[in-house]
Design a protein around this ligand. Structure first.
Ligand code: SF4
Length: 356
């Protein structure tokens, strides 16, 4: 399945299995969709529905909300939690009334300036209320896209977030924006759940990197916190052929400069994609226990992937050596590399902590 097939497959699934009877879906006015999106920010649909209905009965339009005392707004919000949302809702209603005469901004740049409306919420409002093509990236969508594209790393990191937005941009269709937005949120909420996703029933399973590799639980990546120390994550690719492992020389600058080690990648998707190109087809591999290595100024977490390169010809290149532990060449190895070679060659591939 290609990127272009993602939205059509998702929309066909949505037509049959998606949620079409949510109270904010008809009519999909800006006010109702905004209210629902803010209520849904930290809360499940089933909890939100009665609050949404009570709120609308009392505040059927933006004027009634803006003119109400904040205490009454908070009273109707009681039990929903995250009360800053209610205060922001009230503030935003007053701002729209004061600055726009009750007219909603209909472009994302203005909408994100209202209190409590971030980029994804603004995009979801415009897509659902006005059918504008707007990529979204709420928590559920981050999970779906991280898994489908195999985007590793913690989404709180700017670089990871940028890749996820690019992924969302790549699969958002030009038409049926409102349905698509609801569809991808529904997929994340019902099938592509945090634990035990139901991949066998998923309409986009044929193109999903995490599903293909059986690595759903690795996406999205978790925050690695160890005191105030910086952390880095890398993936090492161990290619084994006839009992030897392929090593490349590390660049002269940087950690372990000039020593020999395994080819290194920033995340699983990059490693798997490079190996697919090398093998001409998505290869099978085993994921070994992650290795933690502490330097004086940061911690490194290494995820080793072991590929068995079958076939006599293989692929040669001049910049690498095949390291056979029984006839080891005289080259410098970083400590975790030597330990990994030993562990793989003796079948002992599960260990935890290395020190510098
Ligand atoms: S195949 Fe599984 S992991 Fe991939 S998007 Fe579907 S439900 Fe999520």
């Amino acid at each position: 399945m290609k990127e272009a097939d993602f939205a059509p497959a998702l929309l066909s699934w949505f037509d049959l299995h998606g949620r079409h009877d949510l109270p904010w879906q008809s009519p999909r006015s800006l006010y109702r969709v905004w209210l629902s999106e803010v209520m849904l920010q930290q809360t499940q649909v089933a909890t939100v529905i009665p609050y949404f209905q009570r709120f609308l009965e009392r505040f059927p339009d933006i004027e009634s909300l803006a003119n109400a005392p904040i205490d009454e707004v908070l009273h109707l919000w009681s039990g929903l939690g995250y009360y800053a949302r209610a205060r922001n809702l009230h503030k935003a209603a007053r701002q729209i009334l004061a600055e726009g005469g009750g007219q909603w901004p209909t472009d994302i740049e203005h909408l994100v300036q209202l209190p409590g409306i971030g980029r994804s919420t603004a995009a979801a409002i415009l897509a659902q209320a006005l059918d504008q093509r707007q990529p979204i990236l709420d928590g559920n969508v981050k999970r779906v896209l991280a898994r489908w594209f195999g985007i590793g790393g913690w989404p709180g990191q700017a670089a990871v977030l940028t890749r996820l937005w690019a992924a969302s941009e790549a699969v958002t269709p030009a038409t049926r924006a409102a349905d698509y937005t609801q569809a991808i949120m529904d997929l994340g909420a019902t099938l592509c759940t945090r634990s035990r996703p139901q991949c066998e029933r998923c309409p986009v399973a044929p193109g999903c990197v995490a599903y293909r590799e059986g690595l759903q639980s690795l996406y999205p990546g978790k925050r690695v916190v160890k005191g105030d120390r910086r952390t880095r994550q890398v993936v090492w690719v161990l290619i084994r052929r006839d009992g030897a492992l392929r090593l490349v020389q590390r660049p002269p600058q940087g950690i372990w400069g000039g020593l020999w080690g395994f080819p290194e990648f920033p995340d699983l998707a990059a490693a798997i994609s490079a190996m697919s190109v090398r093998a001409g087809t998505p290869p099978e591999f085993s994921r070994l226990t992650a290795v933690n290595h502490s330097f004086s100024h940061f911690d490194l977490t290494i995820t080793p992937l072991l590929f068995d390169e079958l076939g006599a010809a293989g692929i040669e290149d001049e910049s690498s050596v095949w390291y056979n532990p029984h006839t080891p060449p005289a080259i410098g190895l970083a400590a975790p590399v030597a330990d990994l070679i030993r562990a793989v060659s003796t079948g002992r591939v599960s260990f935890d902590l290395f020190s510098e």
